[in-house]
Design a protein around this ligand. Structure first.
Ligand code: PLP
Length: 405
């Protein structure tokens, strides 16, 4: 008799997005004449840059020739892409990361979820609240989260670091001593960045205690504020305590194409083992690499044309974020994020619960948002809006919300 990993049974259903879909579908069924605008989506809408599709088309043709065919590639990614990433995303910005420390993958989601394989079952993880749910759920599946308390929305063995208006959405060092610290900046969902000084405190803390920081920089391309860190490896001492996750998804529109990478520095050791080697071993066993065609597409992101086209797409989303942020602020709402991020985090008026505000915006403004409570208890009293929509629809959605308020 095979027994299951019953940690899976502990996971509450993915309530947030299914509940949004349920309420939206119910409203649409009752009001088929209404055209809803969706500002809840976390997926990009702009097409892939032309430089990327041209490189992919060329690679497809290559694959159909005897000389250009590629079978299984290196699990860590082709050298051409690892070298392009190291050169452009790190070395050109004065950050010390070598190609051998870069592991190309099919997504930051997979890597953030799979990284738990490297750590002992009794490691204690600290997560931000509100949080990108993958960090929590992957710890639950690995049996590290303890028991869920529906009353508080928290797991007994995880340490929660509230990110609120009071602390500028940057977590304070938690009570208790975490072994794994998940940080995500620019943050999903609050849309805020962490200051260099604050991030340095985390790096120093991890080096002092032996914790490992799992730094999710999936939205780093949106950082525009001077001095805000784009990589944790910009900070002194990070190479001995941090792993960084990055993605082409939001940077270059690869959400459906799938390419990302994780940086594991060679100096990062625990219990005498190099984590770079452990991750390499893990990937070689359980992952067979990203398609050649996709990696050629990702490489083209770094060409001058690719860079210009990516910048144009980012400007498009940044303008949407500005429209949301300034429009709602002028209407008297308290907003954060949206400057270094495609996400705008909005405080509900008069502190009404986030699901109530979600319903009001759905029914009266005909705009679909994401209730903050779905990202964790400290997300209550907020909603998340995203800048990934069409420009005209975004402007109209903001007008509609302002009219309702
Ligand atoms: N990390 C964060 C914080 C995200 O919000 C997302 C996607 O929404 C991801 C990772 C997933 O990225 P990928 O598409 O590379 O799997």
């Amino acid at each position: 008799m095979a027994h299951i990993n019953d940690n899976f049974l502990k996971l509450p259903g993915s309530y947030l997005f299914s509940e949004i879909a349920r309420r939206t579908a119910a409203y649409t069924a009752a009001h088929p004449e209404v055209s809803l605008i969706r500002l809840g989506i976390g997926d990009v809408t702009r097409p892939l840059p032309a430089a990327v599709t041209a490189a992919m088309a060329k690679a497809v043709v290559e694959m159909g020739t005897a000389e250009g065919f590629h079978g299984y590639g290196p699990e860590q990614g082709y050298e051409f892409l690892r070298a392009a990433i190291a050169r452009n995303d790190y070395q050109a910005r004065g950050v010390d990361v070598a190609p051998g420390e870069i592991f190309v993958s099919d997504g930051a989601k997979s890597d953030c979820g799979n990284i738990v394989d490297l750590f002992a079952p009794d490691c204690v993880a600290a997560v931000c609240d509100p949080v990108y749910s993958v960090y929590v759920d992957s710890n639950v599946m690995a049996g590290r989260a303890g028991e869920y308390d529906p009353a508080t929305g928290r797991w007994s063995r995880l340490l929660y670091m509230p990110c609120t208006e009071e602390n500028g959405f940057a977590p304070a060092l938690p009570e208790g001593e975490p072994d794994l610290i998940y940080l995500c900046f620019p943050s999903n969902p609050t849309g805020t960045v962490i200051s260099r000084t604050k991030l340095q405190e985390w790096v120093d803390y991890a080096n002092r205690t032996g914790a490992v920081i799992l730094y999710d920089a999936a939205y780093e391309a949106f950082v525009t504020s001077p001095g805000a860190p784009r990589s944790i490896f910009e900070l002194e001492g990070a190479r001995t305590c941090a792993i960084e996750f990055r993605s082409f998804s939001k940077t270059a529109g690869f959400t459906g194409t799938r390419c990302a990478y994780t940086v594991v520095p060679r100096e990062l050791e625990r219990d005498g083992a190099q984590l770079n080697q452990l991750w390499n071993r893990r990937q070689c066993t359980k992952f067979n690499g990203v398609p050649y065609v996709v990696q050629r597409g990702a490489e083209a992101v770094y060409t001058p044309e690719g860079q210009a086209q990516v910048a144009e797409n980012l400007r498009f989303y940044q303008e949407n974020a500005r429209v949301i942020r300034t429009g709602l602020a002028e209407a008297g709402l308290t907003v954060s994020g949206g400057v270094d991020s495609p996400y705008v985090w909005v405080k509900t008026p008069a502190g009404i619960p986030s699901w109530d505000f979600f319903d009001r915006l759905l029914q009266e403004a005909h705009v679909v948002t994401t209730p903050g409570a779905g990202f964790g208890p400290s997300g209550e009293g907020h909603i998340r809006l995203t800048a990934f929509g069409e420009a005209e629809a975004t402007r109209k959605a903001v007008e509609r919300i302002c009219a309702v308020l």
